[in-house]
Write a protein that binds this ligand. Structure first.
Ligand code: AMP
Ligand code: MG
Length: 443
């Protein structure tokens, strides 16, 4: 399929017949790669910014974060117990008795020397004292024969030499990458950077993403509906989806279905944004005049994708306007509210992450057992809305959320996942395992 590269999005290969979702994804990814290469050539200024850790969640790391220190900085105890020199250990059940001559706390090391036959009471995280190399955990200490409180006894085979000790540099070595460029920063990454004493990170600047809704029937919130009108809901779904990715959103509102308004709106968006996402106006009946405008403004293909929901979609790029050198990536999503979310999930999300420098752009897929049969026709990829729960036997079980029409947003709102039925797949029987993509990640 790599032969799709270098074929412009408007090439008829994308239009004739239906495009497999994988082909569409490859074509999108290829164009994004080209845009990235071009923007590197142009060395766009301000593409990377330094921000403080507390601002960095969900941003994408632009440079490898090299650890300035070894972690841990010194050998320390992994357990609460007693530290000693492991020379005395063996395979037998024989008791070893050691004299406790002091205590090492995390943050308060024991600094004197330790002789054979002696040990130090030690807390988790405390530095290993002297040349001690082993920690016997508290729970392996024999119930005390209260001859002497300062003696601890344990069986020689309870621990191996060197156990229960964290070695210097075991997690991270000084000068090596602690987090590699391209990471979408999660809470644990902020914690990791802080643990290294790093307070600022170099991240890619936020992408500027313009959104607009097209359709004469659409009314903004706060306006009365007349016959045939509906509220514009897609912009709000899109705002929600984009906010999850922490982007700069440019809301271009509702645009009427007439060539002059659409053209003006596209030119305006292209002048401001890295990416334009529109919804509506790409289905067979409506696409004709949009196509004409797009021919003037850029290179855009009008695709029929073998998927449900979300069959029609426009994709390509808008040429730079106003003397700028930046092209604008364009997604013309279908108007149906569920189709908007599905096509965003399947095509737009990864492209935005890729364009913004992320190395991992695919959401995780898991599997669950279909609780009831699901009808499926081979020859298209389907995204059914569903709820996954842990079934009575402990296995994940998935149930569709009611009617699955492309306009029924409730099916989406009540769901916590997509059931993804692949292109070739036919009907699913109750009890079959199916692919599932959760809407929310855990962290
Ligand atoms: P279209 O792709 O423009 O033919 O629209 C397909 C269906 O989605 C029609 O029923 C539209 O009324 C509906 N639709 C289009 N845009 C929106 C929107 N922004 N919010 C809600 N529904 C929409
Ligand atoms: Mg329309």
């Amino acid at each position: 399929m790599s032969n799709l590269k270098h074929i412009p999005p408007s090439d008829p290969i994308y239009i004739s017949g239906s495009l497999h979702v994988d082909q569409a994804r490859i074509a999108i990814s290829d164009l994004v790669k080209d845009l990235i290469a071009e923007s590197h050539e142009g060395a766009e200024s301000g593409a990377i910014e330094c921000i403080t850790l507390d601002q960095a969640i969900n941003r994408i790391l632009a440079k490898d974060l090299l650890s300035p220190i070894d972690v841990p900085v010194a050998d320390n105890s992994a357990m609460d117990g007693f530290a000693f020199h492991g020379d005395c250990l063996g395979q037998s059940e024989d008791l070893i008795s050691l004299k406790v001559i002091g205590t090492a706390f995390a943050g308060k090391p024991y600094e004197d020397s330790i002789a054979p036959g002696e040990c130090i009471k030690i807390m988790t995280g405390a530095l290993m004292p002297g040349d001690c190399d082993t920690v016997i955990p508290q729970e392996f200490i024999e119930p005390h024969s209260p001859i002497d409180d300062s003696i601890v006894s344990f069986k020689a085979n309870r621990v191996k030499r060197g156990e229960n000790r964290r070695l210097r540099g075991e997690d991270l070595q000084q000068g090596k990458p602690a987090i590699t460029a391209g990471r979408l920063l999660r809470p644990s990454d902020l914690g990791l950077a802080a643990s290294l004493g790093i307070s600022e990170l170099a991240v890619h600047r936020k992408l500027r993403v313009a959104i607009l809704s097209s359709g004469d029937e659409l009314r903004p919130l706060g306006h009365a509906l007349e016959a045939g009108n509906i509220y514009d809901s897609n912009r709000y779904s899109l705002i929600g989806l984009l906010k999850r990715l922490d982007l700069e959103i440019i809301d271009c509102g509702i645009v009427r279905d007439d060539p002059a308004s659409l053209k003006a709106a596209f030119i305006d968006a292209a002048s401001k944004a890295d990416v334009l996402i529109s919804s509506g106006g790409v289905s067979a009946g409506e696409a004709d005049f949009t196509k004409q405008i797009m021919q003037e403004l850029g290179d855009v293909g009008f695709w029929k994708i073998a998927m449900r929901p979300g069959r029609p979609m426009a994709f390509g790029m808008l040429r730079p306007v106003d003397g700028s050198s930046r092209k604008t990536l364009f997604f013309g999503l279908p108007g149906n509210p569920v189709a908007v979310m599905v096509t965003f999930y399947q095509f737009v999300r990864s492209a935005l992450l890729q364009l913004n420098g992320a190395s991992q752009t695919e959401p995780p897929i898991m599997q669950a057992i279909a609780e009831a049969p699901i009808r499926k026709r081979p020859g298209r990829t389907e995204f059914q809305r569903a709820i996954v729960v842990r079934g009575p036997d402990g296995k994940p079980t998935v149930t569709l959320t009611g009617s699955q029409g492309a306009g029924i947003l409730r099916s989406m709102s009540e769901a916590n996942c997509f059931v993804i039925l692949s292109h070739e797949q036919g009907n699913v029987a109750a009890g079959d395992w199916v692919d599932v993509a959760l809407f929310d990640g855990l962290l």
